[in-house]
Write a protein that binds this ligand. Structure first.
Ligand code: DGT
Ligand code: CA
Ligand code: CA
Ligand code: ZN
Length: 578
């Protein structure tokens, strides 16, 4: 197990202990240790091997022993024991928005709620609403959360299953029988939410590969196992499909199963125009059609596109949103890549609700090879996130100046994620904002305004010369919270007029502004900034999902300001103030 997985396990123990009603100090010890692992500067395996775990601040003797077991064996009897004390259904309650260990314990102790179905029943018959410490409002919210969960069944955030997909891919790749392997489907197209994972393998030994796949340790149950197709359900609930083909069929299968369905339909009709039939295995002569050109030789996916008179279409663009015309004319954009990023602007530190200190975040950014990093902790109105008031913000500005004087190789920019208040005014006065290098303006309250009021609110905020960029435009949390009502074209228009940047928030929960709007924004002249909204050093890893969204939105390196090097980015940050 790696540090992240061990951290998650410790968090789970903390939750179970809370459910048991254990003493708060013991619980806190586990959450502290989990955090310590998240911000670890050394390799966990090395610390374990050299028996130096207890030197880490936040890890005591008892927890060090458990971490050692987890790292070396991947198992922990203590945890299995804890889990065994509760009915299995109780764990699905934690997936509901707004339901934490304390409330779950109350519901379990008083009403015997040990599953989502039971929770639904006690909310509907009124007994949850009458429970002291809960109330009607909570019961209504639980019901809403249950409906939301049902709506999202069978869907997964890209960021939540990406590591799993990569792991399965690596495992398949190491099989000697596997000649080629790829993930296809919506995952390859970098959709923000995916239904299932599709693996395509080229092999001369289909039986062995299928056998390996269905007996993989991540597999919970087998749905189908056949000569060319197998399907399994993984332990986290996601379905994985495997197709095994021969080497010469591989590019066709990869292309077909990458989709989208709409893209495939167009591909097939283009082939038919030439008298070819295209399916998931090959080109063949279409029956009843004049053969206008001989069947082409195909070795790669590029060849398939080439033979249809098209430039190669990157998977992210295969949504039938104009890619065929552009590929035929040779005007497809050169899409941005992760390696183009030189810095990023929206991250939090322990000063507000982040888990890593300013120095730790800076260190992590340096390790990623970034040239600059913007610090944007929450502002004072975000009380629940320990937003900074003027005094603390100006202290942070000073700390950042001192950091920059140290010449570490990373330039820090001082900013804020400034709340946009209900009336569109900003959380800090002008004289404070003018002391900062830049401002991310975001909505964190009053989500239920009318569309008109919300749109005016955002536009008013953007009219400030200090607002450099708009954070997470719609406030959506994928698969958990709907976006608020807002007129996005009007906001895009205003961003263009005022020269305000719009963020792609790269958190897997947000991926906001959505990729479907970017071609329009780009056409209006709006520039993009890709931000991780990192609340820990691990959060920087989310940048790759932001890149996926930017690519789906047809964006190039030139469209995204944080591809600019130090020396050029400063002018972008200052542009609105002149
Ligand atoms: P998902 O899994 O719902 O997130 O979305 P996809 O796109 O991965 O869809 P999936 O897994 O059902 O199928 C993978 C690809 O296979 C899909 O993108 C296109 C292709 N495909 C599946 N069914 C059809 C079909 O009926 N017609 C066509 N033309 N292509 C299909
Ligand atoms: Ca799929
Ligand atoms: Ca599928
Ligand atoms: Zn925010």
């Amino acid at each position: 197990m790696n540090a992240a997985a061990v951290g998650d396990t410790l968090e789970e123990i903390a939750i179970l202990l809370e459910l048991k009603g254990e003493n708060p100090f013991k619980i806190r010890a586990y959450t502290r240790a989990a955090r310590a692992l998240e911000t670890l500067s050394e390799d966990l395996g090395t610390l374990v091997a050299e028996k130096r775990l207890e030197e880490v601040d936040g890890i005591g003797k008892a927890i060090a022993e458990k971490v050692t077991l987890l790292v070396t064996t991947g198992k922990l009897e203590y945890l299995d024991g804890l889990r065994g004390e509760f009915p299995a259904g109780i764990f699905e309650l934690f997936e509901l928005q707004g339901l934490g260990a304390k409330k779950i314990k109350l519901l379990y102790d008083k009403l015997g709620v040990d599953s989502v179905a039971k929770l639904k029943a006690v909310c509907e018959d009124g007994s949850a609403g009458q429970l002291p410490g809960l109330g009607e409002k909570s019961a209504t919210n639980f019901l809403k959360a249950i409906v939301q969960r049902e709506k999202c069944a069978g869907q997964f955030r890209l960021g939540d299953i990406s590591a799993l997909a990569d792991g399965m891919l690596d495992d398949l790749r190491t099989l000697p029988e596997v000649d080629q392997v790829q993930v296809a489907g919506s995952h390859r197209r970098r959709k923000e939410v995916v239904g299932d994972l599709d693996f395509i393998v080229a092999t001369r030994h289909p039986k062995e590969v299928s056998e390996y796949f269905v007996s993989h340790p991540l597999v919970d149950s087998i749905l189908a196992q056949g000569a060319t197709k197998s399907s399994v359900l993984l332990k986290n609930g996601i379905q994985c499909d495997l197709r095994v083909v021969k080497a010469d069929e591989f590019p066709f299968a990869l292309n077909y199963f990458t989709g989208s369905k709409e893209h495939n339909v167009k591909m097939r009709s283009l082939a038919l125009e030439r008298g070819w039939s295209l399916n998931e295995y090959r080109f063949s002569v279409a029956e009843g059609r004049p053969l206008r050109e001989p069947l082409p030789e195909v070795q790669t996916e590029e060849d398939i596109y080439g033979s249809l008179g098209l430039a190669y279409v990157e998977p992210e663009l295969r949504e039938d949103r104009g890619e065929f015309a552009a590929a035929a004319e040779g005007t497809l954009p050169k899409l941005i890549e992760l390696a183009n990023l030189r810095g990023t602007f929206h991250c939090h530190t322990t000063a507000s609700d982040g888990r890593a200190t300013l120095d730790e975040m800076a260190e992590a950014a340096l390790e990623l090879g970034l040239q600059y990093l913007g610090i944007a902790d929450h502002s004072k109105s975000s009380v629940q996130a320990h937003g900074l008031d003027e005094k603390r913000l100006l202290e942070q500005v000073k700390t950042i100046e001192e950091y920059n004087a140290r010449d570490t190789g990373l330039r820090l920019f001082s900013g804020t994620e400034c709340d946009i208040k209900k009336d569109g005014s900003l959380d800090f006065p002008e004289e404070v904002l003018s002391r900062l290098d830049y401002v991310v303006a975001s909505v964190h309250s009053a989500f239920t305004l009318s569309e008109t009021a919300m749109t005016e609110r955002l536009i008013k905020a953007m009219s400030s010369p200090h607002v450099t960029m708009l954070g997470h435009l719609t406030g959506r949390l994928l698969l958990s919270r709907e976006p608020y009502q807002v007129n996005i074209p009007a906001v895009i228009e205003a961003a263009a007029e005022t020269g305000t940047l719009i963020e792609i928030n790269a958190s897997p929960y947000r991926l906001d502004m959505d990729w479907r709007w970017w071609p329009q924004a780009k056409e209006k002249g709006v520039r993009c900034v890709i931000n991780p909204d990192a609340h820990s050093t691990r959060g920087f890893q989310d940048l790759v999902f932001g890149i996926g969204v930017a690519r789906k939105g047809w964006l190039t390196r030139e469209d995204v300001v944080n591809t600019l090097p130090l020396g050029k980015i400063e002018a972008v940050l200052a542009a609105k103030r002149h």
